[in-house]
Design a protein around this ligand. Structure first.
Ligand code: ZN
Ligand code: ZN
Length: 353
């Protein structure tokens, strides 16, 4: 650990079908190299004392188990495609062990999809044992995450379901209406843009992140986000807007590490947020131009423009060579094209900090 810096573990680096792909007999899918076994794209970030997960796809359960993760302070969703949200039912195990609702941060359109696609989570009274979620609406503006933002302990009452233990010891059912589950305090476009004239982080006002809304960071700090963003186990996350074909998606920056996936375009306005990075992750699914992902040529162009020390490729498909050969190809390509960053494929279990 580097102390205050972020540490990112790749839990999954595969494309939407994962690698190997069911029924495929290609060299990559048959490879015995563990680095060619790719779960669906997800990362675990340890930053400022907080445990943060980005995306919870269909492999969420095995990703938690294989990395021994039993506590999450926040789950950030990049967008609502099933390879990024299909595992959200399995937070039930964390609800039970961790005794808290899963704190999920997503854009409003993702929230609306989740309500439609997981109706039983939003049914009142709740079916005993349904997942406990607390949802927070975010957009591309920086926001603050706190450790244990919910101080209410979740208590399982046999055959009845989850309750919150109140200060006086009484038990109250966790959710009686949609408003109990959703952070409604932050309208999608309700707050002013981050004020660049104030160099310092302004502390949020609300006593509880869960009830008071995703707090906005009013720091400028975009060129040096690692400085001054950690205070009393709270951190600033900088979302980065991207387009996944025409679908707006979010990437996230934690200190000097940025994780972008499922993008085919980054608007010009977002490049300021990507200055001075040590590590950058970009998605690429293959060599050819793709409607919703960067091609390999596009990731190389971006790596050269953004110039992080290291660029890591994720959301990889079996159309690339086996890992070892792919690494050699990338080294050669970066040399030949004079790319100002090392560009290498990530793999499940890789840790960067
Ligand atoms: Zn995806
Ligand atoms: Zn294959």
């Amino acid at each position: 650990m580097t102390g205050s810096g972020a540490r990112l573990t790749f839990l999954g680096t595969g494309t939407s079908q994962g690698v190997p792909i069911i029924g495929c007999g290609c060299e990559v899918c048959r490879s015995t190299d563990p680095r060619d076994k790719r779960f669906r794209a997800s990362v675990f970030v340890e930053y400022g004392g907080l445990n943060i997960l980005v995306d919870a796809g269909p492999d969420f359960r095995m990703q938690m188990i294989s990395h021994g993760i039993s506590h999450l302070d926040a789950i950030l969703l990049t967008h609502n495609h099933k390879d990024h949200t299909g595992g959200l039912d399995d937070v039930r195990s964390l609800n039970y062990i961790d005794r808290r609702a899963a704190e999920i941060y997503c854009e409003r359109n993702v929230l609306e999809d989740l309500i439609r696609e997981y109706p039983y989570v939003f049914k009142f009274p709740k079916y005993p044992g349904a997942p406990e979620w607390k949802l927070h609406v975010i957009d591309e503006r920086p926001f603050i995450l706190r450790k244990d933002s919910t101080d209410k302990e979740l208590v399982w009452v046999h055959d009845v379901g989850y309750h919150y233990r109140m200060n006086d010891g009484s038990l109250v059912p966790t959710a009686r209406c949609l408003d109990d589950m959703i952070d409604t305090a932050v309208p999608a476009a309700g707050l002013a843009s981050p004020d660049r004239s104030h160099p310092r982080l302004v502390r949020g006002r609300g006593p509880s992140l869960a009830m008071g809304g995703a707090e906005r960071s009013e720091e400028s700090g975009l060129t040096e986000p690692a400085a001054g963003t950690i205070e009393q186990e709270s951190i600033t996350v900088i979302p980065i807007r991207g387009l996944h074909d025409k679908l707006p998606v979010l990437g996230f920056r934690f200190g000097d590490i940025a994780y972008l996936t499922d993008m085919s375009e980054i608007p010009e306005s977002e490049f300021d947020k990507l200055q001075g990075l040590k590590h950058l992750t970009l998605n690429t699914v293959g060599y050819n131009k793709h409607h919703s992902h960067f091609s390999l040529a596009e990731t190389l162009t971006l790596a050269d423009r953004i110039r992080p020390d290291h660029t890591w490729l994720t959301h990889l498909s079996h159309s690339f060579p086996v890992h070892e050969r792919f690494c050699k190809d990338m080294e050669r390509m970066c040399q030949e094209q004079h790319i100002h960053s090392t560009v290498l494929p990530a793999y499940d279990g890789l840790v960067i900090e």
